[in-house]
Each structure stands twice: as structure tokens, then as C-alpha cells.
Design a protein around this ligand. Structure first.
Ligand SMILES: [Fe+2]
Length: 504
């Protein structure tokens, strides 16, 4: 095979998306089934029927092919150009054509399992480090019923804050139904099983090791793939939208590159005669439903900057230290939602990943340092082991989670410290076959009753397992007779070290 032939085959495979994640040995058994365009925050246009997009204007007196024109805005009309996100949709019937929205009855199949009618009252903000065992699959639940709010902060009515969910899906959403959240953008992180998502703007296949973002307001329908149950994590962003982090001295490439984000192409259904659809809307944490006599998935063409997208985590270009010391984890940021009121460079939500990578730092404690942060850190594990925490039963496991809240101390567990502080520092690959991630926020994060009690997954002995066993290695250079590493409580006599008089 010639070099050119190999190159051509590589290009074909790339276009078919068959090669993604091969370097991380992720079991991607589901083949891509949709086409996308590429880019992040790029102006996009797509038409499923030629000529459906008007040329040279957005809202002609009569849109092409008898379509209705509808504007979908994700930012204020007057937002500056670099932040402005609006799309123009050309559809068979406009979204406004529906019966009244009514609250969904608690007995409905589609109820939210951990609703949050009042955010201030329903979050338990506690300083303890928390860790959850893997969350169970639910064979029955479809998308809406699978959305378990675990933790969060803020208030969607004020467009401030975040929500963090575990979803466990066992069945497709009912046919002729759609869901949207008016509260926030959904960043979906599959851990197991793929999601086939039909959105108003086109279709997305989202597999483990891929993520997708569905901006608020956009209607969508979720199906399983090959009847495989699905499980994963969601970060809901009540304020603003995600953007790529600034790269500073890194330059114009690396981390998540803009060209690797994938945008769906227009795809529509013709279903507007003798039909009945139900649209479910999450509005201030509560679920409403409305009937309508046409499909919401009738957008024949669209153009704009407000759309869903997906990203393959295997395409993240990871940066790290090639000299010494463990850098701040901000170098692993995929997407960021800044919060300027909290200060420049501060995010209400960062999505951070810990991909397989080489560690080569010399003379360095290579795992994360012990720390207390002003930020809150909610972590999950898609696959494999995380290098700072023990794995296996009772540890940090795939489909589990942890929360280290504002100013709550944490870091490597005892076993990791003992190993990393004495190991020979040769170049080492960590995280092979693994992908941990973090939802990081400048807000103090509270836990719902479901997350704290109902789910019954909280590891009560998390601290006892991780940090209480840490040994004292302190050797007072001025002391004789104080054993090294044996005494659990420092110098052992209750005196401040500086007050001990030692005669040499
Ligand atoms: Fe941390």
C-alpha cells in the first residue's frame, strides 16, 4: 500500500468518524450514523431541502417552500458580536402553536425524579468531602425520569448557577414527545451506552468518551442505541453559555481545538395531520407539558450561532509539565462558562478532563497536591482508574462521583501518597484507558436530598478511607527522641514545635 493510498484511507476513515478514540482503546462499538459540520462558535447554516434557506435576508414576506420563519435567541439581542448567539429556523409550523402548558402530575411516567421547586431550600450545603458509589441503571426510565439532580447552586429564575445530574436511562422517550429545558444548557457526559438525540436542528449520536451540549430552549428526543441502557452525567448551566478557554501563552492551538466540535445538519419530520405530540418543558426546576398537533422536529433549514454540538474527548490535546511540579488542572479545561461578576478568569462552570497522558516531571510529587480551593469540584469517572485515588469497591469508580466543596481539604489518598512520594521518577503513562472529569464551579455547591440520602450511594467512610490514615512523616530537625512517622498527632506532647527546647 502506497503512502498516498494510506493517506486517502485515513481521510475516508476520519470523515466517517470510524477512528475516533482508538488511541484510548475505548470500546466504541457504535458506528457514527449522522453527518456534521465542524467548528466551535462558528456561523453555521444547513438546509435539508435545497432552497429552504432564504438568500440575502432572514425574514422574507413568505419564506421559501411555504415555511415559517422563527428566531431562536440564546443571548440578548444587543449582546456584543463576539458573544451574540441567535439562530433563524425555517420550519413547517412555529413553536408557538400548542395547547397550554400544564404541570406534569406526580403520578406521570415523565416526572422528574428529584425536582427542585425552590433551589434555596432544597440544597444541602455541607463541607464534608463526599463520594458516591456507582449509580445504578434504571431499566424502566426514559430520559426525563432519568434526570436525577444530585447537586447544584443558584437559581434558574435569576439565570445564576448550575445543576449537576446523574442520568440512568433504560428506555427510549415515548414516541411523539420532546423535551427542553428553559433553565439552562445541558452538557451531557455519557459514561455507558450511547444516546441517539434528535434535536430541532438535527441529529446527534453521542457515545461514551464524547460529550454534547444542548442549549436551553431547544427541543429534543432521546433514544437508546441497540437497546443498550445508558448512564452518565449532566452539567446544567443557568447563566451564559460555554466557550473555549483562552489559551494565553499556549498559543493558537491545543486543548480542545475548534475544528473538532461537530454541529448537526438540518433534518426534519413531516407529521402535522391527525397527530398528537407532547412537549415537556423544565421551567424553574419543575416539569410542564403541552400538547400540539404537529411535530416540533419540522425545521427544514436553519442558520445562526445558537445550536447543539458534540465533541470527542479523544481529540483533546493535553498539555503538561515537561520540567517539574504538578501544574494547575486548568490546563485540562475543555469548555468554560465565565462569570465576570466573580472576577476575571473565574468560571461558574468549567468542564475539565483528565485524559491518558505522560508524566515526566522530575523531582516532583506527580499526583495532585493537597489543596483547598475557593472553587467547588464535582468529579466523575467515565472509565478506568483516576491516578490520585484508589479504585475498586469503595473507591472512586466509573459511574461514581465525588464532591469537594469550597475550602474543603482533599488530595491523594494515603496509598497514593505513600507510593508517589517514594517511587522512582521515570517517564510514566497514566490514565491508560481512563477518563475522569470535573465540573468545577466558583459557587458553593449544595447536594439534593436525592444525592445525599435517597440514592443510597454516599460512601460514609470516604474520609476515613482516604485521608484519616495519612501518616505523619514529620521529622523535627531539632528534636531527639521523637519517633518519625509513628506519632499520629504531630510532635506528640501538645506543644508547639517552636517551643520545644532541644539540647544538642
Ligand atoms: Fe481538587
Amino acid at each position: 500500500m502506497t503512502g498516498i493510498t494510506r493517506l486517502r484511507e485515513a481521510i475516508v476513515k476520519h470523515k466517517e468518524n470510524k477512528d475516533i478514540n482508538i488511541k484510548y482503546k475505548t470500546p466504541l462499538t457504535v458506528t457514527e450514523r449522522y453527518e456534521y459540520t465542524h467548528g466551535f462558535a462558528t456561523y453555521n447554516e444547513s438546509e435539508a431541502v435545497p432552497g429552504a434557506l432564504p438568500i440575502g435576508q432572514n425574514s422574507p414576506q413568505r419564506a421559501p417552500h411555504g415555511l415559517y420563519t422563527e428566531k431562536l435567541s440564546g443571548t440578548a439581542f444587543t449582546s456584543p458580536r463576539h458573544e451574540n448567539q441567535q439562530s433563524w429556523l425555517y420550519r413547517i409550523l412555529p413553536t408557538s402553536s400548542h395547547d397550554n402548558f400544564e404541570p406534569v402530575a406526580e403520578t406521570s411516567e415523565q416526572v422528574l425524579p428529584s425536582p427542585s421547586p425552590s433551589f434555596g431550600k432544597h440544597f444541602n450545603a455541607i463541607p464534608n468531602q463526599l463520594r458516591w458509589d456507582p449509580f445504578d441503571f434504571d431499566k424502566e426510565a426514559s430520559w426525563i425520569r432519568s434526570l436525577h439532580l444530585v447537586a447544584g447552586a443558584g437559581d434558574p429564575t435569576m439565570k445564576q448557577g448550575i445543576g449537576m445530574y446523574i442520568y440512568t436511562v433504560g428506555s427510549d422517550m415515548p414516541e411523539k414527545s420532546a423535551f427542553y429545558s428553559a433553565d439552562g444548557d445541558f452538557l451531557i457526559v455519557p459514561q455507558h451506552g450511547s444516546l441517539d438525540i434528535r434535536t430541532e436542528l438535527g441529529n446527534l449520536l453521542v457515545r461514551p468518551m464524547e460529550i454534547c451540549v444542548i442549549p436551553r430552549g431547544i427541543r429534543y428526543h432521546v433514544k437508546l442505541v441497540n437497546n443498550e441502557p445508558a448512564r452518565g452525567y449532566i452539567l446544567e448551566l443557568y447563566q451564559g453559555h460555554f466557550q473555549l478557554p483562552e489559551l494565553g501563552p499556549i498559543g493558537s492551538n491545543c486543548l480542545a481545538n475548534a475544528r473538532d466540535f461537530q454541529i448537526p445538519k438540518a433534518s426534519f419530520i413531516e407529521d402535522y395531520e391527525n397527530t398528537a405530540w407532547t412537549v415537556y418543558g423544565k421551567f424553574d426546576g419543575k416539569l410542564f407539558e403541552a400538547k400540539q398537533h404537529h411535530t416540533p422536529f419540522d425545521v427544514v433549514a436553519w442558520h445562526g450561532l445558537y445550536y447543539p454540538y458534540k465533541y470527542d474527548l479523544g481529540r483533546f490535546n493535553t498539555i503538561g509539565s515537561i520540567s517539574f511540579d504538578h501544574p494547575d488542572p486548568s490546563i485540562f479545561t475543555v469548555l468554560s462558562a465565565p462569570s465576570l461578576p466573580h472576577g476575571q478568569g473565574t468560571a461558574v462552570a468549567d468542564f475539565v478532563i483528565f485524559p491518558p497522558r505522560w508524566l515526566v516531571a522530575e523531582g516532583t510529587f506527580r499526583p495532585p497536591w493537597y489543596h483547598r480551593n475557593t472553587m467547588s469540584e464535582f468529579m466523575g469517572l467515565i472509565a478506568g482508574n483516576y491516578d490520585a485515588k484508589g479504585a475498586g469497591k469503595g473507591g472512586f469508580q466509573p459511574a461514581g462521583a465525588s464532591l469537594h466543596n469550597t475550602m474543603s481539604g482533599h488530595g491523594p489518598d494515603m496509598q497514593t501518597y505513600e507510593k508517589a512520594s517514594t517511587m522512582e521518577l521515570t517517564p510514566a503513562k497514566v490514565g491508560e484507558g481512563s477518563m475522569a472529569f470535573m465540573f468545577e464551579s466558583c459557587l458553593m455547591v449544595g447536594v439534593t436530598e436525592w444525592g445525599l440520602k435517597t440514592c443510597a450511594k454516599v460512601q460514609e467512610d470516604y474520609n476515613a478511607h482516604s485521608w484519616t490514615p495519612l501518616k505523619v512523616h514529620w521529622k523535627n530537625p531539632n528534636s531527639r527522641g521523637v519517633s518519625n512517622g509513628e506519632q499520629k498527632n504531630g510532635v506528640g506532647d501538645g506543644k508547639d514545635a517552636s517551643s520545644i527546647h532541644v539540647t544538642k
